[in-house]
Design a protein around this ligand. Structure first.
Ligand SMILES: [Zn+2]
Ligand SMILES: [Zn+2]
Ligand SMILES: [Zn+2]
Ligand SMILES: [Zn+2]
Length: 669
């Protein structure tokens, strides 16, 4: 993953000052240290500088009320999308530590715009919260009536009946003329009568079709997030690697893993959920700050329970320090679990020298993160020193956030020892995240032409099972994201026993070998010896299109029979084993492939991603069963497979809305 650093932050300058204050002799001492805790202690003892601290983005009542007024004006003019945006901003700015009546009114107003935008579920959520937060009693009938309408729109007629009855009683509290009240109550009674008579019931809510993203076949008994068709092994030369335990078909899902931790980039904090990283179309504010948003109450509560309670206090300091996204992740690994948990980890480490058991590999377990590769011995002293100072800064942020508070049974000495141990873990994670974190992406659709689609970097996640895969410049898988959850699909047929490779960045069809090797060496500290690198495969543009590469008919021979595309004969002699190979069938397949490709492309242009994907997968299978890689048509097809698969994950606008728009455009033509 490319790491993202805010170049203007204060950390860089402060580190330079600190570094100057440490002599070369001292640095030599540092180089001899053996553990992360010793390294952290070393920088702590020598640090005379105070880390700057910023107060959080606070809320502002006046601004909130202004935004509400703007929302009301738009709502009156039926500009619902704008009204929604103003109400949402108003909710974000509203201080939640005092009386929440006004806050609940803004929410209720927003539920009205959501209702008009036909976003019924979001409207219902706002109504529930407004009622719970002290929405004035004499107005209850308004939101209860809206609730019933939303439920009816969602075909939840049985539940809607209950809401209608509630509306009738709520009308008793309404400050409206008696005759108006009577009329409203009568109208609802009539409606109720019809609904009860028709034996209204709730329609089963259909779960979104997530079957395509589900792991293919049975679940792996050991690796919780993987399919049983994947296994992991170890060799001296390759370290840990993944391989197929049974034949895999292009398109199979072999892994679906929630992140151990994930962090959103600051630049997306006002557009994406700070917890699940989905783009927010309706915003749930943080209770304390105005810096981040959530996609709904569930994510807001989850974030608050696990990390944001503490992180909220220091988030602005972290952002303004210029700490990179992997630094924020190192902090998150700690902050998302209580201090008491790491006290236990510390004891376990002292007794066993390791964390957790090895029976099941579950990415949610801290042990899987603790053990990730970090190349401690290969790191330069300067590099380690820099990381140690960053760990000290992050540990300081933890202290300021109140994370360490509330363990009164520890003596002062025990407490500071435990805080140091946690700092040591931060330093450990700073080292391993460089090699193991993944970018979380979202595909931006601007037109039906996939060439115009753009993948953007939303945040980063740590996926302990995905981290076990090795790299190849010709990957066998592609990863995409549902929010912050990663899904891994196979993009070529893989035979049982063959290794499964992922890709750490450079792909051989697009990037020259020298550049690939440099990138991998600089970022991941290894020399790539994948097939395209060791056999000098040409890039896509350099692939010979005047010949076709057939496998020799003799299964014992591994030679490639190279045939000119304009050949007149069907029997070709292998120049290694001398046997004749019949290419008749192969040529026929290649003829069919062209129409398949065009069919796939036309589906893609029409926004029919699933159909397009099926065609391209079919084509890919045909090609790889006929020819020997590398050949251009296969990778052109794979590029389309890749685009289709990416479109199944995070997209903006959402895929169904994009498809709707496409079909509207097509009708216009
Ligand atoms: Zn969310
Ligand atoms: Zn916050
Ligand atoms: Zn390579
Ligand atoms: Zn041969």
């Amino acid at each position: 993953m490319k790491d993202v650093i805010n170049q203007t932050g204060f950390f860089k300058e402060q580190y330079q000052k600190f570094r100057k204050s440490v002599s070369d002799k001292d640095l030599k001492c540092f180089a001899g240290l053996k553990t992360d805790v010793e390294r952290l202690k070393f920088v702590e003892e020598r640090n005379r500088l105070e880390f700057p601290s910023r107060s959080k983005d606070s809320k502002n009542l006046e601004q909130a009320l202004n935004l509400k007024e703007k929302g009301n004006k738009c709502f009156q003019k039926e500009q619902n999308a704008d009204a929604l945006s103003f109400y949402s901003q108003s909710l974000v700015m509203y201080p939640q530590d005092g009386d929440l009546t006004e806050f609940s009114i803004i929410r209720a107003n927003r539920s009205a715009t959501l209702y008009h935008l036909q976003e019924y579920r979001a409207a219902l959520s706002d109504i529930e919260i407004a009622l719970a937060q002290g929405y004035p009693k004499h107005l209850h009938y308004k939101v209860l009536d809206r609730k019933a309408k939303c439920l009816m729109a969602l075909k939840q007629n049985y539940t809607a009946i209950h809401s209608l009855r509630e509306t009738i009683s709520a009308l008793d509290d309404a400050k409206i003329p008696a005759d108006v009240r009577q009329k409203k109550q009568n109208d609802i009674q009539i409606m109720l009568g019809i609904m009860v008579k028709s034996k209204a019931c709730d329609e089963q809510i259909k779960k979104p079709a997530d079957i395509i993203n589900r792991v293919t076949g049975e679940k792996n008994p050991k690796y919780k997030a993987a399919s049983e068709s994947v296994g992991f092994d170890f060799s001296e030369s390759e370290g840990r690697f993944a391989q197929a335990e049974s034949d895999l078909q292009s398109g199979d899902v072999i892994l679906r893993e929630p992140p151990h931790c994930s962090v959103l980039l600051q630049e997306n904090a006002k557009t994406h959920c700070f917890q699940c990283m989905k783009r927010c179309y309706f915003i749930e504010p943080c209770q304390k700050c105005s810096a981040v948003i959530f996609c709904g109450p569930k994510c807001q509560q989850m974030a608050y329970k696990t990390h944001h309670k503490h992180e909220c206090e220091v988030l602005k300091t972290l952002w303004e320090s210029g700490a990179s996204i992997t630094c924020l992740m190192a902090l998150r690994i700690i902050i998302q679990k209580p201090f008491a948990y790491f006290l236990k980890v510390g004891q376990e480490l002292e007794v066993n020298g390791r964390v957790g058991s090895r029976a099941e590999y579950d990415g949610a377990d801290y042990s899987t993160v603790f053990d990730l590769v970090r190349h401690e011995d290969k790191r330069s002293t300067e590099g380690m020193f820099h990381k140690a100072y960053m760990a000290l800064f992050l540990q300081g942020c933890l202290k300021r956030s109140g994370y360490f508070d509330g363990n009164s049974d520890l003596s002062g000495e025990e407490q500071s020892k435990a805080e140091m141990a946690v700092g040591g873990l931060i330093l450990r994670h700073l080292q391993s995240l460089q090699f193991n974190a993944h970018e979380i992406s979202e595909m931006i659709f601007t037109s039906p032409d996939p060439k115009t689609w753009k993948s953007i970097f939303v945040g980063a996640g740590l996926y302990p099972t995905l981290a076990l895969f090795n790299h190849s410049c010709e990957p066998s898988i592609i990863r995409y994201f549902e929010g912050n959850k990663v899904v891994v699909k196979v993009i070529k047929n893989i035979k049982k026993g063959e290794k499964i490779y992922e890709n750490y960045g450079p792909i051989f069809t697009q990037t020259p070998k020298a550049e690939r090797q440099t990138t991998l060496k600089n970022q991941y500290w290894f020399e790539c010896s994948c097939e395209p690198c060791s056999r000098n495969w040409p890039m896509l543009d350099g692939m010979d299109v005047s010949t076709m590469r057939f496998p020799c008919d003799d299964t014992a021979c591994d030679n490639v029979v190279v045939v000119p595309v304009n050949t007149g004969s069907f029997m070709m002699q292998c120049n290694k084993c001398g046997r004749l190979t019949n290419i008749m069938k192969g040529l026929k397949v290649l003829q069919d492939s062209e129409s398949l490709f065009r069919l796939g492309e036309s589906f893609l242009q029409g926004g029919e991603i699933h159909k397009a994907l099926r065609k391209f997968l079919e084509l890919q299978s045909l090609l790889s069963n006929t020819l020997v890689p590398p050949f251009r048509d296969f990778y052109l097809c794979q590029q389309n497979v890749r685009n289709c698969i990416m479109a199944l994950g995070n997209t903006h606008p959402p895929l169904d809305k994009f498809v709707q728009r496409q079909s509207v455009n097509l009708k216009k033509l």
